[in-house]
Design a protein around this ligand. Structure first.
Ligand SMILES: [Zn+2]
Length: 320
């Protein structure tokens, strides 16, 4: 297994991926589940659609969760006899669910209700450690089953749709250029961009679910790069992931001379994102960005601290 994981031309994904509108209605959910979700997902009544029997719910996942929540859940449900974990919600709920499942070695079903993070098909979980976002990578973080059902889009606000879509677009286009991409991931990423772009530009939001799935499989088997590395310092100041990427991936694509620069820029304009501003000292922020080797080592172009300060300043001056 170790040897396989070092091969560059390889694809890994959940054992079972189910997609298409109303696919949750066809799935036979097991009994004795722990559902990990957010208050919002529960209050929208989504859980009632699953016809679950004998289940527990943890509904306190907030956006940008910190790692402490993992032990909180494990201790809260120590005495419950659940055999499966269901992660339901946006990327944050799924990232928490898969991390708990990894620690407890439980069967995992992941169901995204927003379409952008691709978390349901990746081996990545992003959690805050000491107030800073960190991504954990492990094959044990794969779901056993991922269900991508576009019916959840009907309840999504325009804001959620645009923040999720730009994340998926940033992920697939950064990953296309990644140094560890291969022909298969490039194929997935290019297809993902085409589908997502069509969904946004022609307001065919149904396409975002499948586009986000292709993006997750593509970037999950390669890597996001500079755009994501630059985004975390903005997230640390409370700017949402997608909102930050609208600007950080734009300047990154320009820096990398990406084939996606013009198309990405046009989509950002169409979605009308409000400009962002980093309050932190830019040299200090650049130092933090530079330490993110997981993303930067895979960037197609080498980048220095001065380059990063230049890009952050460009964003702050509204020149992305
Ligand atoms: Zn992302």
């Amino acid at each position: 297994m170790l040897l396989i994981s070092k091969c560059m031309n390889s694809i890994k994904q959940p054992n079972f991926i189910i997609f298409g509108k109303n696919s949750i209605d066809e799935f036979n959910f097991p009994t004795n589940c722990l559902v990990i979700t957010s208050k919002g997902a529960k209050s929208r009544g989504w859980l009632d659609r699953f016809k679950l029997k004998n289940y527990d719910v943890f509904d306190k996942v907030e956006p940008n969760p910190s790692i402490e929540i993992i032990d909180e859940i494990i201790s809260d449900f120590r005495d419950s006899n659940f055999s499966h974990i269901i992660g339901l919600g946006g990327g944050s709920s799924l990232d928490v669910a898969k991390f708990v499942a990894l620690k407890l070695k439980k069967f995992t079903i992941l169901i995204p209700t927003t379409f952008g993070s691709g978390s349901e098909v990746t081996r990545i979980s992003v959690l805050k450690v000491n107030g800073k976002k960190q991504s954990f990578h492990d094959d044990g973080l794969f779901a056993d089953v991922a269900i991508i059902d576009s019916q959840f889009l009907e309840n999504s606000s325009q804001d959620i749709i645009k923040n999720s879509a730009i994340d998926a677009l940033a992920q697939c286009s950064e990953a296309y250029d990644s140094k560890i991409s291969n022909n298969f991931t490039k194929f997935l990423c290019k297809k993902a961009f085409d589908v997502l772009e069509n969904g946004i530009m022609n307001e065919k939001y149904e396409d975002l679910a499948i586009g986000s799935l292709y993006s997750g499989l593509g970037f999950g088997n390669s890597s996001t790069t500079l755009g994501h590395a630059l985004s975390y310092v903005f997230s640390n100041e409370g700017i949402s992931h997608g909102h930050a990427l609208a600007f950080t991936t734009t300047v990154a694509h320009k820096f990398n001379n990406s084939i996606f620069y013009d198309r990405f820029y046009k989509i950002v304009k169409k979605l009308n994102f409000k400009e962002i501003f980093l309050k932190q000292d830019l040299a200090e922020a650049a130092e933090l960005v530079l330490s993110d080797r997981k993303h930067l080592d895979n960037n197609p172009r080498q980048i220095s601290k001065n380059d990063i300060v230049f890009l952050l300043k460009k964003i702050n001056d509204g020149n992305s």
